[in-house]
Design a protein around this ligand. Structure first.
Ligand code: FA5
Length: 338
């Protein structure tokens, strides 16, 4: 058996050394040292040997097996090395290939308008303030000269949380909050989200406003008109049609609303401007003395103006959109256009 084993070992190492691929080496490995290979058949024959020969024969089989396995491993390692070297030579990174494009997101048109409005008023010396969206009835109405039984509360359909807490219906609620904690002179804008039970092509239940107010000694209606005209010219261009209309708000006296020439129909009348040729974008006026008394400012000493802009309405006019609800449908095809 020992002799037979030596012959097998010779044959195996000669065969293995001739193998010119990894696959061939692996096939020979199976043939010689696999579970049903040549070495395995020697192990089977071991039982037929006289007891005194078995030990030496067993040791010789194991030695032969080890030798073949070592030879196989050595050759396989050689193939791996050569493969790696070849890969390093041929598989170069082409640094001239163009990179993969990362699709760029866009800012929402409402955010874009909000940012422009903030930038223009910052340039005019206004500071930015914020207030809560879940607001007390007191700041949203009472402190603005709208006591509980005031009929003008019906002008804004309110979402109430309970009798004293609501979703703010306008950013005007920030006015008494700021005035309560600061003294004039004040030049403040307060951008934010507001809520009303409203829905049609020019109204949505959630929308954005920017409140603005200025309080000092000797502030006049002409200051309000000057600031708003300057702002609207910067935003829409010098040639845009603007009109001031008398109006009513319980927290301003006198009050006005400002309209912009409808860009959808250029003023000839359409469903957006309801045939009038104009679209209302803001309410404004001189702050009511009652509001000043509530925040402990002396109305004999200070005067001030305030205004509240509808951001979606401005975005409609700026981008020529004929249905305000489109801004909130989150259709990516619509949003990509801005
Ligand atoms: C007010 O909200 C007042 N607080 C504005 C104000 C501030 C007046 C300071 C005086 C002094 P009004 O309800 O008109 O007013 O709304 C102001 C603007 O918000 C409107 O001109 C319009 O552009 C916009 N707006 C009102 N309701 C909606 C709505 N449901 N959806 C979208 N925009 C709206």
């Amino acid at each position: 058996m020992i002799e037979k084993l030596e012959n097998l070992l010779k044959e195996a190492s000669s065969e293995i050394s001739k193998a010119d691929s990894k696959e061939k080496v692996l096939l020979l490995k199976t043939r010689y040292v696999g579970r049903k290979g040549e070495i395995a058949s020697f192990l089977k024959d071991l039982g037929g040997l006289p007891a005194e020969e078995r030990k030496a024969a067993g040791e010789a089989i194991n030695r032969a097996k080890d030798a073949i396995e070592k030879e196989v491993e050595r050759l396989l390692a050689g193939f791996d090395e050569r493969e790696k070297a070849l890969l390093l030579k041929t598989d170069r990174v082409d640094v001239t290939l163009p990179g993969r494009r990362v699709p760029l997101g866009k800012r929402h048109p409402v955010t874009q308008v909000m940012d422009s409005v903030e930038a223009i008023f910052s340039g005019l010396g206004f500071d930015i303030a914020e207030g809560p969206e879940v607001e007390l009835d007191y700041y949203n109405f009472e402190a603005l000269n709208l006591p509980k039984d005031h009929p003008a509360r019906d002008m804004q359909d309110t979402f109430y949380i309970n009798e004293e807490v609501l979703l703010r219906t306008h950013t005007s609620a920030v006015q008494p909050r700021v005035m309560e904690r600061e003294r004039p002179p004040l030049r403040v804008i307060a951008p934010g989200t507001v809520y009303r039970r409203d829905s049609d092509i020019t109204h949505t239940p959630m929308f954005h406003q920017v409140e603005g107010f200025m309080v000092d000694k000797g502030v006049r209606f002409s200051d309000l008109k000057g600031i708003l005209t300057q702002f609207l010219h910067e935003l829409f261009g010098e040639n845009t049609g603007i009109r001031f209309r008398p109006s009513f708000f319980p927290f301003t006296e006198p009050s006005a609303e400002v309209d912009i020439r409808c860009v959808i129909c250029s003023g000839s009348g359409c469903r957006v401007c309801k045939g009038s040729g104009w679209l209302e974008i803001l309410g404004a006026g001189m702050i009511h003395p009652e509001v000043f008394r509530t925040v402990k400012y002396d109305p004999e000493e200070y005067t001030g103006f305030a205004f509240g802009l509808g951001i979606e309405r401005i975005a409609m006019l700026k981008f020529g959109i004929d249905d305000l609800r489109l801004f909130f449908e989150n259709d990516i095809r619509f949003l990509r256009q801005f």
